[in-house]
Ligand binder design. Structure first.
Ligand code: CTP
Length: 400
């Protein structure tokens, strides 16, 4: 129930993507929000008010002169108690109207008279999105403080391909949830490592760790949602970069170390989530190794630098957070690791229960002891971790 108690006005304008707004309405309600839907007349040609009414459990509004509003002040009443207005899909025409401050139907009037933030999820043909007028309007809207969710590039309903597709309902929902997170870390700078590293044996083979990168990406996203500036140094994973996060791609532990070294100084918090390979082949073959007649082979390995231990040992080190995926004896191993690395906070979990999954069950270890976060989605766990870091920073905790 991430949006429990939040009051949202969901606006729909005319576009094929309006059918996706029905799913967004469902997601918002499921997340605990109170959703009031307002449609333009053209939106009602794509999806029926009855659908929205059934999904939100509330009356749906279309007409500025609706008789249900006794004093014809609906344009104020319907948006006054809202925490957020989301318009999805937002057509090119609607963007133009909002940019100009036009109020010629119920939805545009409510938007103009709003007191709460406005989030637009544009959906339109690629040429419309790229047109000089829409570019101009998008700039004006952003300067006016209007927030945007997308659009994305891809196949379009009109058969063309390009920028202008509405984000998927789940992505819009995630942005809304993120927007409501308390800005506990405004002004702080985070450096986060994520994913596995790959240590080359030859041009086509590597030694690596099992890691999807999901936990590290969730931490980067949660820190960003909490208002921090975030740089994410990522090993090779197939994940989307969280909104507003600066991502730097690396492959090997040595490359990851190089990027962390170059960026550590300016940051307040370093969260080392990456599953860094502890060893690398001493010599990577220049050519692909042929199996030939041999029955087996030995690869000589050497130690990789311990990036986290290095960071924590620096003079004026940032607040360092480590991760530990253990296969057994979680508490004992985690406590020992926190001490050995010289860090104030360590998040530990049993690897077999988290690897590749969207869920995790972290326990945080700090100087006060153990803080189990329960089991839940990685993003939820990351938000709790970030809240814990913020609280420790507030109480003046530095490294060690
Ligand atoms: N870590 C790191 N550099 C390494 C190895 C690990 O920065 N070369 C970081 C990880 O990102 C994680 C923490 O150290 O935050 C613990 O990683 P883990 O592999 O569990 O611990 P190790 O120090 O490698 O200890 P061990 O292999 O003995 O469990």
């Amino acid at each position: 129930m991430t949006l429990k108690g939040k009051k949202i006005l969901l606006g729909l304008t005319g576009g094929v993507a309006a059918y996706k707004a029905a799913e967004l309405a469902r997601g918002l309600v499921k997340a605990g929000a109170n959703v009031r839907a307002v449609m333009t007349k053209s939106a009602a040609k794509f999806v029926t008010p009855t659908t929205l009414q059934a999904l939100t459990g509330q009356e749906v509004w279309i007409d500025l002169w609706d008789k249900r509003v006794p004093d014809a002040m609906g344009h104020i009443e319907l948006s006054r108690d809202r925490d957020l207005i989301v318009v999805a899909p937002a057509s090119a025409n609607f963007m133009a109207k909002v940019a100009q401050g036009l109020a010629d139907d119920l939805l545009s009037t409510l938007v103009l008279a709003r007191r709460c933030p406005l989030l637009l999820a544009p959906a339109m043909n690629v040429e419309m999105w790229q047109s000089a007028a829409t570019r101009r309007n998008a700039k004006t809207l952003a300067a006016d403080g209007v927030l945007f969710a997308g659009p994305a590039a891809g196949d379009q309903a009109c058969g063309e391909v390009g920028m202008g597709r509405m984000l998927e309902p789940g992505q819009i929902l995630a942005l809304i949830e993120g927007g409501f997170q308390p800005k506990r870390l405004a002004g702080k700078r985070f450096l986060v490592t994520a994913g596995p590293t790959e240590e080359p044996i030859d041009p086509v083979r590597v030694i690596t760790n099992s890691s999807s990168g999901k936990m590290g990406y969730a931490v980067a996203r949660a820190a960003r949602e909490a208002g921090a500036g975030v740089v994410l140094v990522s090993g090779p994973v197939a994940l989307e970069t969280p909104e507003g996060v600066q991502r730097i791609n690396v492959r090997s532990a040595a490359q990851m170390f190089g990027e962390v070294k170059a960026r550590l100084k300016g940051c307040d918090v370093f969260v080392s989530v990456a599953a860094v390979a502890d060893f690398r082949p001493k010599k990577a073959a220049r050519q692909k190794i042929k199996k030939g007649e041999r029955e087996g082979m030995v690869i000589e390995m050497e130690r990789n630098p311990d990036i986290l231990a290095w960071a924590a040992a620096q003079k004026n080190a940032p607040f360092c957070v480590g991760f530990a995926a253990e296969s057994e004896n979680l508490a004992a191993n985690a406590k020992a690791k926190r001490r050995k690395k010289g860090i104030p906070l360590l998040a530990a979990n049993l690897a077999q229960k988290a690897l590749g999954s969207d869920e995790n069950a972290l326990t945080l270890y700090d100087e006060r002891g153990a803080h189990p976060l329960g089991r839940g989605p990685k993003l939820e766990q990351a938000r709790k971790l970030v809240a814990h870091v913020a609280a420790m920073l507030r109480s003046g905790k530095k490294a060690r």
